[in-house]
Write a protein that binds this ligand. Structure first.
Ligand SMILES: Cc1ncc(COP(=O)(O)O)c(C=O)c1O
Length: 357
C-alpha cells in the first residue's frame, strides 16, 4: 500500500467523458458532441483577444470587477452578487468546497451534469442521486430526499443531456420549499437558448435574497467554450465566501473577451436564429426514421434511437461524425449537439445511411 493516499472521495470519481474533440486521422471531422455554439466566438470577442494579447505577461485582477459590474448591471444586481470562474465548472466545484464537506450530502438528479458528482466527491461530501420521472427532474422526489445533512441541491434547467426544462412556477415553488440550511444551485448554462414561455430564470429569487445561487456560462450561446469563463449570481453573503476564501481567478484574455461579447446583440441574434434552424434539421432527421427526439430547449437534441448506441456511435465516428457517447448513462440514446447547417446536413446523410443499413 503506497504511503500517500488520495482522500477517499477522489477514488470514487469516474473519468469524465467530455464530448470527444477529434477523430484520429480525420481532417474534416464534424463535431456535434460538446454543446458548443459552432458560430462563435463573436467578432467582438476576437477583437478583445487581440487587444489583450500584449497583457499576457500580467496577472489579471483577482476581483475581475469590470466583468462582474457588467453582469450585475444586466441583471439589476450588485457586483457583490456576482462571481466569475474558469468556466461554470470551476464555480460548481468552488461552491461544493465552500458549502459541503465530509458527512454532508449533495443532491443531483439521475443523469445530471457530471460535475455535480465530481465536485461533491472532491469536496469529501456524499453525492445523492435522485431518479428522474420520465426523463424529467422530479422536484417532489428531490424534496423527499432532503434531510438535515443536505447542504446543496443541484438542478440544471434546462437539463443536460435531456434538454428538458422545468416550468418557472414549479421550480420557484420547489426552491421556496427547500429547507433554509440547504443552498439550491440552479445551473442555467443553457438559459439564453431557451424560448419556452413557461421557462423562467431563478435570478428573481436571488434578487429576493433567497438561498439560491444561479450559475451561467459564456461557453454556450456566447460561443466561448475554449476560453473557460462562467459566473454565478447569488446573495452577497453566499457569493463572498467563494470570492474571499476560495480563489476564483479566470484568465486575462477570457475576461476581456467575455466582457466584449456580453453586449453583442447581433452575434447573439444571429446564433439563436441559426441554432433554431439547426434544431429543426436534427428533429426532422430523427422524425424521418420514426424516432421521437425529446423536445429540446437547447443547442442539442436527445433521442432514443431504439438500439445500442455502443454499437451505433462508432459507425458514425468511422465516418467522421462525433456525437456524445456516455453510453452507460443512456444506452439507447444519442445526444447530438447543433453544428453549422452544412455539418448537420452531413449528419443527416450519414445517420440515415447507418440507421437504414
Ligand atoms: C448543465 C451544464 N452546466 C455546466 C456546464 C459547464 O459549462 P462551462 O463550460 O461553463 O464550465 C455544462 C457544459 O456542458 C453543462 O452542460
Amino acid at each position: 500500500m503506497p504511503e500517500i493516499q488520495p482522500q477517499p472521495g477522489i477514488m470514487d470519481i469516474e473519468f469524465y467523458q467530455a464530448g470527444s474533440s477529434h477523430a484520429t486521422g480525420a481532417e474534416n471531422t464534424v463535431k456535434l458532441s460538446s454543446n458548443e455554439n459552432p458560430f462563435g466566438p463573436s467578432p467582438a470577442a476576437i477583437e478583445a483577444l487581440g487587444k489583450t494579447a500584449h497583457m499576457l505577461h500580467r496577472y489579471p485582477s483577482t476581483d475581475h470587477l469590470p466583468l462582474r459590474k457588467a453582469i450585475a448591471e444586466a441583471f439589476d444586481l450588485w457586483s457583490d452578487n456576482i462571481i466569475c470562474g474558469v468556466g461554470s465548472d470551476e464555480i460548481i466545484s468552488f461552491l461544493c468546497y465552500s458549502y459541503a464537506g465530509p458527512g454532508d450530502e449533495v443532491i443531483h438528479t439521475e443523469h445530471g451534469f457530471a460535475m455535480y458528482r465530481i465536485s461533491t466527491l472532491a469536496a469529501g461530501a456524499t453525492p445523492v442521486e435522485v431518479p428522474e420521472h420520465r426523463r424529467m427532474t422530479d422536484v417532489d422526489a428531490i424534496l423527499a430526499a432532503c434531510n438535515e445533512r443536505t447542504k446543496i441541491v443541484f438542478i440544471a434547467n434546462p437539463n443536460n443531456p435531456t434538454g428538458k426544462t422545468i416550468d418557472g412556477n414549479t421550480l420557484r415553488d420547489f426552491c421556496m420549499r427547500v429547507g433554509k440550511k440547504t443552498t439550491v444551485i440552479i445551473d442555467e448554462a443553457y438559459n439564453e437558448l431557451t424560448q419556452n414561455p413557461e421557462y423562467s430564470s431563478m435570478v428573481d429569487l436571488v434578487r429576493e435574497n433567497q438561498n439560491i445561487i444561479v450559475t451561467r456560462t459564456f461557453s454556450k450561446l456566447y460561443g466561448m467554450a475554449g476560453m473557460r469563463v462562467g459566473y454565478a449570481l447569488g446573495r452577497s453573503d453566499l457569493i463572498n465566501i467563494v470570492g474571499n476564501h476560495v480563489m476564483a481567478w479566470p484568465n486575462i484574455v477570457g475576461l476581456a473577451a467575455a466582457h466584449a461579447t456580453y453586449a453583442e446583440d447581433d452575434f447573439i441574434e444571429f446564433s439563436l436564429e441559426k441554432i433554431n434552424q439547426g434544431r429543426e434539421i436534427l428533429n426532422s432527421t430523427f422524425k424521418m426514421h420514426d424516432i421521437k427526439p425529446l423536445p429540446s430547449e437547447t443547442n442539442f437534441v436527445f433521442a432514443d434511437i431504439g438500439r445500442s448506441v455502443n454499437k451505433f456511435e462508432p459507425k458514425l465516428r468511422e465516418r467522421n461524425i462525433q456525437v456524445h457517447r456516455a453510453y452507460s448513462l443512456y444506452p439507447n440514446h444519442l445526444r447530438v449537439s447543433l453544428g453549422k447547417i452544412e455539418d448537420l446536413m452531413k449528419f443527416r446523410k450519414v445517420f440515415s445511411e447507418v440507421y437504414t443499413s
